[in-house]
Design a binder for this molecule. Structure first.
Ligand code: ADP
Length: 358
């Protein structure tokens, strides 16, 4: 019953009924008085006509009152039903469920319903974003602590051995050297993590300019040249043309350096790394190809994931954190470019193609 939903409806109903009864009563009384006055002035008297007219007026009043009451009850029921629905929906939203509203008729209540739906949809999207960000942050913290733990525990072991003493000068030198390697790794890791955090929070400032891409490539090659020499890996540059390309020199160089470093790392001594360039209609393609360990097909789609490292023996034995390709691809995508990896298979080399719009 609608009266139970809100006491004000009951009050309104009583006021409406009372006023309708009062108006009806006054109407009947006035009609009676009017007929009596008419009879007196004309001298006509017809009891049947008089009674019939009064009964007719009373019947009309009762019908009007009934119709009004029924209309009030019907409208009240409709309003209560709609408001009830919105109130249940509000409860659901507060419980973290987002109901689907049916937009049917026109009118203020349907508009209210549709606005309610928009609010609940926006809230849902907002909460989904917050939840995703929380999960992302959680996985980032877990990954970082995992990455930091390994070099830190190695440093701890070397330090304990050195403090305990009793080591030969050669052993001391070896442990100090290995501790330094781990400290360098921590330093590199912290730099990379700062870059990741800047990138993920949109804090990397790009300085886009139309500059010679050949110059950027050569600068990157120069940066890794000594590492390639140490391993006797030859870096062969072919068809490099001076083309003005709209790019951020610093971050593009960093992305190319990461890919070149991988090519040197994952290629055997005496191997070759090939750097070439293709100019296409709307973009240029920088190809970095090596004849190293290659990438198994099932890993191709994963290697750009944050902290992903391949499962091959050579990868496991080589220093790395699975950050380089993730950073490189993001740095290039920020500029409207990307990287594509391909490999004929394990042991058959890999190719990384950087695409930059002209
Ligand atoms: P990291 O080299 O530190 O492991 P990266 O993000 O640079 O991290 O690379 C991710 C993975 O991609 C590597 O662990 C390796 O399995 C694979 N990979 C990248 N470059 C090459 C390459 N030139 N040859 C073979 N595998 C590669």
């Amino acid at each position: 019953m609608i009266f139970r939903k809100d006491p004000k409806i009951k009050k309104l109903f009583l006021i409406l009924t009372a006023s309708l009864v009062l108006v009806g009563f006054l109407f009947v009384m006035n009609t009676m008085r009017l007929i009596a006055g008419f009879e007196n002035s004309t001298g006509m008297a017809s009891g049947d006509t008089y009674q019939g007219f009064i009964m007719g007026s009373i019947a009309a009043v009762i019908i009007i009152i009934t119709i009004n009451i029924l209309l009030f009850l019907g409208m009240g029921k409709y309003l209560v039903h709609k408001l009830d629905y919105l109130s249940i929906a509000a409860d659901k939203i507060m419980d973290g469920q987002y109901p689907v509203f049916m937009e049917d008729e026109e009118g203020i209540l349907s508009r209210l319903e549709s606005q309610f739906y928009q609010i609940s949809r926006r809230m849902k999207l907002g909460f989904d974003d917050i939840r995703k960000e929380k999960e992302n942050l959680h996985s980032l913290v877990t990954d970082i602590s995992h990455q930091i733990k390994t070099p830190l525990s190695s440093i701890k072991v070397f330090n304990t051995l050195l403090i305990e003493g009793g080591l030969s000068p050669q052993e001391e030198e070896e442990f100090l050297g290995r501790a330094k390697e781990q400290i360098d790794k921590l330093e590199w890791l912290s730099d990379a993590l700062i870059k990741i955090s800047k990138m993920e929070t949109g804090m990397i400032q790009l300085n886009m300019q139309r500059a010679d891409i050949k110059k950027t490539i050569i600068e990157a090659v120069n940066e890794v040249y000594s590492r390639a020499m140490e391993k006797n890996v030859e870096i062969d540059m072919q068809d490099l043309q001076s083309i003005p390309v709209y790019h951020d020199i610093k971050w593009t160089r960093e992305a190319i350096v990461n890919i070149l470093e991988n090519s040197i790392k994952y290629t055997a001594d005496q191997g070759t790394v090939n750097v070439s360039m293709e100019k296409l209609e709307t973009y240029i393609k920088i190809n970095i190809r090596d004849n190293g360990i290659g990438i198994p097909p099932h890993e191709i789609s994963k290697i750009f994931n944050r902290f992903y490292r391949g499962g091959a023996q050579k990868v496991v034995e080589t220093e790395g954190s699975g950050i380089g390709l993730y950073l490189s691809r993001n740095l290039l995508e920020e500029q409207g470019g990307t990287i594509i990896a391909s490999s004929p298979g394990e042991g058959q080399g890999s190719q990384f193609s950087i695409l930059l719009t002209l």
